[in-house]
Write a protein that binds this ligand. Structure first.
Ligand code: BG6
Length: 487
């Protein structure tokens, strides 16, 4: 497991190296919190949501003409998934989606982030679309809207059509980027009459390194750094082509942006010098993806560090990559780098993380609530954006079902309360964070961990598919109802 901590840390170095309301939600009966004092809540209109992704919840991998994805193949390689499970069944969300939307509604969420499974819509990645695949997302979107929940759609949450891996080497080829642009155009043309917000790729920083660098995620390759830098560059091109496709084929006014696990940098000690160092670090450590998306340039420090391994690119590609976005989606879970000022190099020094640094149930998930204050604040300054969404935040927990049938996940509540308090601190200072998507609505298939890690507000019994609200569901419902972190 300690191995996984370092894998996660490394993966993030995408830049330089790469209610207490009474039931029905309530797990227990609690009284509603008093309304927040004036000025202590989130801004009016703040978007509260939850998130999932297609392969992690849908199941039904062979239904209605869905093609195979790289994950369908990868999970069958012995030893790749910790508990030997697959996403074949997962949460059976494909047929239980109405029940799941009722769960979202019970939380009081007004937004839901889901992803489209590319191989459901185009079984081979390109060529003939599969109308039955698209129909599922039509039904999902209609049901969400019927329940007063805004659909926020992610185009790619890692389930690449296997056919594109076989024919082109997946993201190793710009052919895949072009085909992704066509797929994005098709989805935009068919769904943006109702879907107003689109995320392009989820976490390039992870799927490139884990999937192509250390073989932890599909497709399970271990390629050298130069290739990784090129693949990361390709993923940025794919992002840009998707932005352009949504503009060209989506309804006027459709908003589009990335959802990236930004390499999260924060000042170790809050002094002006260290804050400045953290700002430089945030830009440089995200030099391989977010910074180039937002500025159209690889930084000098990034190119110097990459040296002979730097990606090969054209000016035309940089233009595509930096197609203007409407918002910045940031997945923020754990601090990656506490930094101090330095007169060496680019002007910052990332500090080693002590072994005793506290973490949640997942080893990689260090507890650093101030990260969700500093990162959006510095990101808004560096990239001059006026709309940031926390596209993911949350934690795993052991989530034991007690003899009374309830799950008292006070660890998750502690984590959320602290992170949300820091997020509220940011918005109260005018940092333009406009919404928050909690990962995850319900326990699901957690990639390499299989069903061993639980991130949900709802506990899922994977034998019976029964969903049970954890205590944190009541907590989140109260946050939403009061529009305040409750501190
Ligand atoms: C994010 C992903 O990185 O973290 C989610 O976007 C994932 O898909 C979540 O479920 C938790 O990650 P992990 O590695 O603990 O399963």
């Amino acid at each position: 497991m300690s191995d996984k901590v370092s894998r996660r840390q490394f993966a993030k170095i995408a830049g330089l190296s790469a209610a207490g309301m009474a039931n029905p939600v309530g797990a227990v009966e609690v009284n509603p919190a008093p309304p927040p004092r004036a000025g202590t809540g989130f801004p009016a209109g703040f978007v509260w949501g939850t998130a999932t992704s297609s392969y992690q919840v849908e199941g039904a991998v062979n239904e209605d003409g869905r093609g195979a994805s790289i994950w369908d193949k990868f999970v069958r390689i012995p030893g790749k998934i910790e508990d030997g499970t697959t996403g074949d069944r997962a949460n059976e969300h494909y047929r239980r989606y109405k029940e799941d939307i009722a769960l979202i509604k019970e939380l009081g969420c007004k937004a839901y982030r889901f992803s489209v499974a590319w191989p459901r819509v185009f079984p081979d990645g390109d060529g003939k679309p599969n109308p039955k695949g698209l129909d599922f997302y039509n039904r999902l979107v209609d049901e969400l809207l019927k329940n007063g929940i805004e659909p926020w759609l992610t185009l790619y949450h890692w389930d690449l059509p296997q056919s594109l891996q076989d024919r082109f080497g997946g993201w190793r080829s710009t052919e895949t980027c072009k085909i992704f642009g066509d797929y994005a155009a098709y989805v935009a043309a068919h769904l943006t009459d109702r879907v107003k917000n689109v995320f392009t790729l989820n976490e390039s920083g992870r799927f490139v390194y884990f999937g192509y660098g250390i073989g932890i995620d599909a497709p399970g390759l271990t390629l050298p750094q130069a290739e990784l830098n090129q693949i990361r560059h390709n993923s940025a091109v794919a992002h840009g082509l998707a932005v352009q496709a949504v503009r060209a084929h989506g309804r006027h006014g459709t908003r589009v942006g990335p959802a990236e696990n930004i390499d999260a940098c924060a000042p170790a000690i809050d002094t002006p010098e260290n804050v400045r160092a953290a700002e430089i670090a945030l830009r440089e450590m995200n030099g391989g993806y977010l910074n180039v998306i937002m500025t159209g340039q690889y930084t000098d420090a990034f190119l110097k560090f990459a040296g002979a391994n730097a990606p090969k690119y054209t000016d035309a590609e940089l233009k595509i990559i930096s197609s203007p976005v409407d918002f910045l989606g940031l997945n923020i879970y754990a601090p990656q780098n506490y930094v101090v000022a330095s007169d060496q190099g680019a002007g910052f020094m990332p500090l080693p993380i002590p072994k005793s640094f506290p973490h949640m149930n997942s080893d990689w998930l260090r507890v650093g609530p101030e990260t969700i204050y500093w990162v959006p604040k510095l990101a808004a300054k560096i990239w001059k954006t006026d709309a940031i969404y926390i596209s993911e935040n949350g934690t795993s927990g052991d989530d034991v079902v007690r003899p009374d049938g309830k799950i008292y996940d006070t660890d998750r509540i502690m984590y959320l309360r602290n992170y949300l308090a820091q997020l509220q601190r940011a918005t109260s200072e005018g940092v333009p964070v406009r919404g928050y998507f909690l990962w995850s609505l319900m326990d699901n298939f957690e990639w390499v961990y299989g069903l061993n890690k639980r991130f949900g507000l709802y506990h899922v019994n994977f034998d019976t598919q029964v969903r049970t609200p954890k205590l944190s569901a009541s907590f989140y419902r109260n946050v939403i109802a009061t529009n305040a972190a409750g501190v």
